[in-house]
Design a protein around this ligand. Structure first.
Ligand SMILES: [Zn+2]
Length: 324
């Protein structure tokens, strides 16, 4: 990033979509599935690389369980706060290293280690029944978590009634729900990936805010429609980094911020998914640099997308005193 570009970057960017970079929270089968698609793409370009080698390269970037490196990258990129999401793969994939409760505890450690730098949204597969619900409620009431992460490709609709007690808790504690939208690692089921499956839940829980993750690259038209017509539906732009290899000016982001819904768009990176493609500062530069995807926006709209929209959603909840 050169100095001119750095000057135009707001200093208080909030990244609404990240994960702890550690194999403890993302099972090996999930990673290997994602690598299979990269191997196909590289082979076709005459760059044969073994799946094992690529997996090892990725795993070498997944050694930051306490988020110390992430904090460094945030500082270098002008990101003041990051939301860490816990996707509960423990019901659908049987090679998870930690139970979901252990995963929550590791996220609490990170929250306490870096005060003010992170928020955490806990996830739960609704098929865990009361245990999952109790854990999620504790996370809001005692751990200081500030939202709910839903991962429908694990095999359930985001409007499955088994999730309604979770949404009731979100309404009570006034915290948002962030849902994975679109395909994912091929070891999971893409059937439940459409944003329209969120509609029933969004209609039944009008006081809960629903964030459609990856709406900038997956089911874009449908996600934009939902944002435009459901007052409580938002989208995040994480995943745009996937397009930077063939479109360094992030045309997908340029497009979505030109549709009149900038009050609904949230900045996110999905760290560490794109760590082989670059660092957080590179991804910010593609948006806020002189020829970046947000260059045409005025300062107010830029601030909405980069921080204020997610800030409004987070401010609704009353922070709890965290039990150490
Ligand atoms: Zn993610």
């Amino acid at each position: 990033m050169d100095e001119d570009e750095q000057d135009s970057t707001p200093a208080n960017i909030i990244d609404c979509h990240c994960h702890i970079a550690s194999e403890q929270h993302t099972p090996r089968s999930f990673i290997e599935g994602s690598v299979a698609n990269m191997v196909r793409a590289l082979e076709a370009q005459g760059l044969p690389v073994s799946a094992r080698k690529l997996t090892n390269m990725f795993l070498s970037k997944m050694q930051d369980p306490l988020c110390d490196s992430l904090v460094g990258e945030m500082e270098a990129a002008g990101i003041s706060k990051t939301v860490l999401l816990i996707a509960d793969f423990t019901y659908a994939l049987k090679d998870c290293i930690l139970t979901i409760e252990e995963s929550y505890n590791k996220h609490r450690e990170v929250l306490l280690r870096h005060p003010g730098k992170f928020e955490v949204f806990g996830g739960a597969d609704p098929r865990w029944g009361k245990d999952g619900l109790d854990l999620f409620e504790r996370s809001l009431a005692e751990f200081g978590f500030r939202g709910f992460k839903v991962y429908p490709p694990c095999g359930f609709s985001p409007s499955d009634p088994a999730l309604f007690p979770y949404y009731e808790l979100c309404a009570h504690y006034q915290v948002p729900v962030l849902l994975h939208i679109g395909p994912t690692s091929p070891v999971l089921d893409f059937t439940y990936s459409s944003p329209f499956l969120v509609d029933e839940a969004a209609r039944l829980f009008p006081t809960v805010d629903f964030i459609l993750a990856h709406g900038v690259v997956n089911f874009v038209e449908e996600c934009v429609m939902m944002c435009r017509f459901r007052p409580n539906v938002y989208l995040d732009i994480s995943g745009y980094q996937n397009t930077l290899g063939y479109d360094p000016s992030a045309g997908a982001v340029r497009n979505i911020v030109s549709l009149g819904i900038n009050h609904k768009i949230l900045f996110g990176t999905d760290f560490p998914v794109f760590r082989l493609q670059g660092e957080q500062a590179d991804f910010i530069d593609a948006l806020t640099g002189a020829s970046g995807a947000l260059a045409q926006l005025n300062e107010r709209e830029k601030s909405l997308v980069l921080s204020q929209n997610v800030e409004r959603l987070l401010e609704k909840s009353v922070p709890v005193v965290v039990w150490c």
